[in-house]
Design a protein around this ligand. Structure first.
Ligand code: RIB
Length: 333
């Protein structure tokens, strides 16, 4: 009896699954950022004006767009990144790294006379982080660049974008993709007065609790007032909304089923939460495309499990699990 109930929960029709057709490509296209991450590891985050001695330092490839693309690729998805890098040594190195991870880099442009995007990250022993980004070449990703990738974007099973590249470019990508597959906008980093056309033109809008607080002015955002935040997002035009809540899991609702559903996660002791949201989004895109018969609730739950695994290792892309590193249960029907 218990087994039958479980299977029914997994197979309950998702809200967007009808947008993924049998004959469609299984490609996930990410229009987004690439950053070079300079990360310092310290006992705790410094206070304003304070100098702290750290324990370690690492340089790695990051940026929310590339991270999400890599998270999906490491699970075995077919992925293409539309992005913009600088003409410095990092740009070329980053391209090679993406290729080695099986990401299609045909639509990544190397710009002259500008540096690649930079992220300065501080990670505390608690796993918390703070990030400052300097967009560099990411600021040059224009609507023309997405027009150049018109066929690719139109045929994407999932289009995934964030707020680290110009928002007119994001909107153009959403317009090209409309009516073809599923679009996800990750509203990160938070933008106060976002163009509402972006929210209306995407199928799924996903933010973490801090970004949701900035956009809804509900503070602090917890499980208890999550419904209020979701309702506010529907009022400004969102369709399906997911809010990730760190160790409290995620909540979501859709315009047609607006009652909040909570998805809990396993409790773990994190070593580095940087990029956990990106692991979640890349994995969500993967489950939407490759497991379209699962309910949206189940797809989100599995993406949460992938994100939970990522906080057990330091770094962003290096912390994302491959298919082989995860339990078979996550890939079962
Ligand atoms: O989400 C984590 C990412 O945010 C980092 O890789 C950094 O580049 C910033 O964009």
């Amino acid at each position: 009896m218990v087994i039958i109930k479980l299977i029914n929960k997994k197979k309950k029709k998702g809200y967007h699954n009808t947008n993924i057709h049998k004959n469609m490509s299984k490609n996930i296209v990410v229009v987004g950022s690439c950053m070079i991450d300079f990360t310092s590891y310290v006992s705790r985050l410094p206070k304003p004006g304070e100098t702290l001695a750290g324990n370690d330092f690492k340089r790695a490839f990051g940026g929310k767009g590339a991270n999400q693309c890599v998270a999906a690729a490491k699970l075995g998805a077919s992925t293409t990144l539309v992005a913009s890098l600088g003409s410095d040594v990092f740009g070329e190195e980053y391209l090679q790294s993406l290729k080695s991870l099986n990401v299609d880099t045909k639509y990544i442009k190397l710009r002259r006379d500008i540096h690649s995007g930079i992220a300065q990250i501080t990670v505390a022993e608690s796993g918390e982080n703070s990030i400052v980004i300097i967009p560099g070449a990411n600021a040059l990703l224009t609507p023309n660049d997405v027009d150049d990738a018109y066929d690719l974007i139109k045929n994407a099973a999932v289009l995934l974008t964030q707020f680290e590249t110009p928002l007119d470019t994001t909107l153009q990508a959403l317009k090209l993709h409309k009516g073809h597959g599923i679009s996800i906008v990750n509203g990160a980093p938070a933008v106060v007065n976002v163009d509402l056309e972006i929210l209306k033109n995407c199928d799924i809008f996903c933010v973490n609790e801090t970004e949701a607080e900035v956009m809804t002015a509900i503070q602090p955002l917890t499980l208890f007032n999550g419904q209020e935040a979701l309702t506010k997002f529907f009022e400004i035009g969102c369709n399906t909304v997911i809010i990730t809540l760190g160790s409290a899991g995620a909540i979501f609702a859709t315009r047609t089923n607006p009652t909040m559903i909570h998805i809990p996660v396993e409790s773990v002791i994190p070593v580095d939460t940087t990029g956990a949201g990106d692991a979640f989004l890349g994995a969500l895109a993967y489950f939407l495309v490759y497991y379209p018969n699962l309910s949206l609730e189940e797809q989100i739950s599995r993406a949460c499990q992938v994100a939970t695994r990522s906080v057990l290792k330091i770094g962003t892309q290096s912390s994302f699990p491959t298919k082989e590193e995860l339990s078979d249960e996550i890939f079962s029907y």
